[in-house]
Design a protein. Structure first.
Length: 418
């Protein structure tokens, strides 16, 4: 990897970067929120745009010399509008949590009630988990899924909305694998006079490509990160109806953030440009096929898939019937070059640092070129690793098979041996 300046000036950091490249090349990456950006995105991220301050918005900045960052930010906004069909876009949120917080602070007052999904049912920390600062400011109430169908319990959600009169109803999840009925949520919100917000961080790429339902035209506000299925740099974005534009923009800056990270916004623009191409639709369709292939193999091996099945890019698996915990499974899979994350399952009796489940997803390895047969093999490897958890020779065999798969689809070969 070409790190000519770092090699001379800071060899420790250069070495860590090289090791991370090797790690990414040699593992089957199944964390559903991770992906591999293009070299063009990496180039934009490492550009001189990182040097520039530009508080404000294109055409209306507090600093001089912003003519080039205005071009960059306008391109990011226009491409995002085209991708999602949004009336207004703010590309400045530094990531998903700041995007969500900026929306709450824009549209609500302290003490207002927000109805969001329970974390163990697939929700997200920033949707009002008691450990977050937002839970001290707003009154979060949590709805759940139906355990028998795996679907959101819309009738219960409606009853909760009627009882608690939320100002905002929040959908969008980080471990929930089913499609969302946005129309139903919108109807409930209209019945109680609530605003609607969807956090589509995980499925943004699938929505942009049209392989999952799009809430952007229906909902008041939609937030997302840009680095998951959307395959851009780490970052956030807010889309909203034109009537909320001023409040949202003022909330992001100057309300909550300072200078936008224009190198990152440039990388977002590059990724949005990639997502507008026909190949991206093929990529997202392949993500869905690959998830189904992985799901089928894991079901054949007796794994319990939470919510019944997956309609998107991820699977939440209760591993406890296999006499292993989520933490043990994550650590075991690490030893055979398969990376996933431990995860709470609905109504989990265990604790977050050693829960009952693992969460796996297909976006990253689909980027590398994996097809259904490869993901069927991944399912076999997960099952074989857990079956052989006390058999070092068996685990060694699984690791060899994992390395065969990663070698078949090289990652960033252009960066090797430079
Ligand atoms: N950390 C992200 C995820 O893994 O889902 C969400 O914030």
């Amino acid at each position: 990897m070409q790190l000519q300046y770092l090699d001379k000036q800071d060899p420790q950091i250069a070495e860590a970067i090289r090791h991370e490249l090797k790690r990414q090349q040699n593992v089957i990456e199944l964390i559903p929120s991770e992906n591999f950006v293009s070299l063009a995105v990496l180039e934009a991220l490492g550009s001189v745009l990182t040097n520039k301050y530009s508080e404000g918005y294109p055409g209306n900045r507090y600093y001089g010399g912003t003519e080039n960052v205005d071009v960059v930010e306008n391109l990011a906004i226009e491409r995002a509008k085209q991708l999602f069909g949004s009336e207004h876009v703010n590309v400045q949120p530094l990531s998903g949590a700041p995007a969500n917080i900026a929306v709450y602070l824009a549209l609500l007052n302290p003490g207002d009630t927000i109805l969001g999904m329970d974390l163990s049912h697939g929700g997200h920390l920033t949707h009002g988990h008691p450990v977050t600062h937002m839970a001290k400011i707003f009154n979060f109430i949590r709805y759940k899924t139906e355990l028998d169908t795996g679907l959101i319990d819309y009738e219960n959600l409606r009853q909760m909305a009627l009882e608690h009169k939320p100002k905002l109803i929040l959908v969008g999840y980080s471990a929930y694998s089913r499609e969302i009925d946005y129309e139903k949520i919108k109807n409930i919100a209209d019945e109680v006079g609530a605003l609607t917000m969807a956090d589509i961080a995980h499925i943004a790429g699938l929505i942009a490509a049209g392989v999952m339902k799009n809430p952007v035209r229906l909902f008041d506000v939609v937030t997302t990160t840009t680095h998951k299925t959307l395959r851009g740099p780490r970052g956030g974005m807010i889309m909203c109806k034109a009537k909320h534009a001023t409040l949202i923009d003022k909330s992001v800056f100057p309300g909550f953030q300072g200078g936008p990270h224009e190198h990152n916004i440039a990388a977002k623009a590059v990724a949005f440009g990639e997502a507008l191409k026909p190949e991206f639709k093929e990529y997202t369709a392949q993500i869905l096929k690959n998830t189904k292939a992985l799901e089928a193999t894991l079901k054949n091996h007796g794994f319990k898939i939470c919510f019944g099945q997956s309609d998107n890019h991820l699977l939440l698996i209760d591993v406890t019937p296999k006499n292993i915990t989520g933490k043990e499974a994550q650590n075991l899979l690490d030893t055979v070059n398969i990376t996933c994350n431990k995860n709470m399952i609905p109504n989990d009796p265990r604790k977050p640092m050693d829960p009952s489940g693992i969460r796996v997803g297909t976006p990253a390895m689909t980027t590398r070129g994996f097809k259904e047969a490869d993901f069927a093999e991944v399912g076999e490897l997960i099952a074989a690793a857990i079956d052989n958890k006390d058999n070092p020779a068996g685990l060694e065999e699984v690791k060899k098979r994992a390395l065969t798969l990663t070698a078949k689809y090289p990652l960033y070969p252009e960066l090797n041996n430079l």
